[in-house]
Design a protein around this ligand. Structure first.
Ligand code: UTP
Length: 224
């Protein structure tokens, strides 16, 4: 299978240590043995911190996004370091480079590309670009809820949701650098237009991404 895995920065760099990177290496190598795999890494708290400083210094939203992109690429570098020889040593800055680097047979790890979206969108565009069979979005919650589960105890997780319903659910949210909400709308649009099978799951346990290849887990976005 061709698979794109997007790992939220808040999952990978939650405690500012190396342990989650190591856990992900084992799982990604296991998946790579049987699949064509691409990985996209988010920015997490470090990105939000840098963006906050840039905004306070007078940066435009696009410039703040650019700062965020740099941080996602730094996280991608850390994962490349952790993967060692199994990974292509450079972080692609666009999708053509991602394809080019993948011809080496090594695992390609990228961060952001251009302003005005998050790495969720990068994952979906990459999935569209390579014709992926599956897009997996590893986040810090179990799936998509009808409201924020960290605030509301009675939040209910969707096991399945159509891309159109998800778009409606997220459509009244603000779009600003560092806050592309739970799943950004560009990503949903791409999933819908290219009918990419997508699963949102809890990446705190990286083995969940292996489970997503053969069992139902998290929230499945139906491309309708
Ligand atoms: P993330 O993808 O981590 O965004 O990129 P996020 O959704 O805000 O963070 P998580 O998922 O909660 O961890 C960090 C920031 O980098 C910029 C955006 O400002 C984004 O919020 N960015 C990232 C871009 O502008 N373009 C990209 O392609 C990627």
């Amino acid at each position: 299978m061709k698979i794109v895995v997007t790992i939220g920065g808040s999952v990978l760099i939650k405690n500012s240590d190396y342990k989650k990177f190591k856990e992900y290496v084992d799982v990604l190598l296991e998946m790579k043995a049987e699949n064509e795999l691409f990985v996209v890494v988010g920015g997490g708290k470090p990105a939000r911190n840098y963006i906050k400083i840039a905004r306070a210094l007078g940066a435009s939203e696009a410039l703040c996004d650019d700062v965020g992109i740099e941080v996602t690429r730094m996280n991608a570098r850390l994962l490349i370091i952790a993967l060692g020889d199994a990974a292509y040593p450079k972080v692609p800055h666009n999708f053509a480079e991602a394809l080019e680097y993948s011809s080496s047979g090594k695992l390609v790890v990228m961060g952001g590309t251009e302003p005005a979206h998050s790495t969720d969108a990068v994952g979906s565009i990459l999935a569209e670009f390579i014709g992926a069979d599956l897009l997996i979005n590893a986040t810090s919650v179990d799936g998509l809820y009808d409201k924020d589960p960290e605030i509301y105890d009675d939040a209910v997780m969707f096991e399945e949701i159509t891309a159109s319903d998800m778009m409606d659910l997220l459509s009244n949210k603000d779009i600003m650098a560092g806050t592309y909400e739970f799943f950004d709308q560009t990503a949903i649009g791409i999933i819908k237009r290219s009918r990419i099978k997508t699963v949102i799951l809890n990446g705190d346990d990286p083995r969940n991404i292996i489970k997503a290849t053969f069992e139902k887990i998290g929230t499945t976005i139906l491309p309708q």
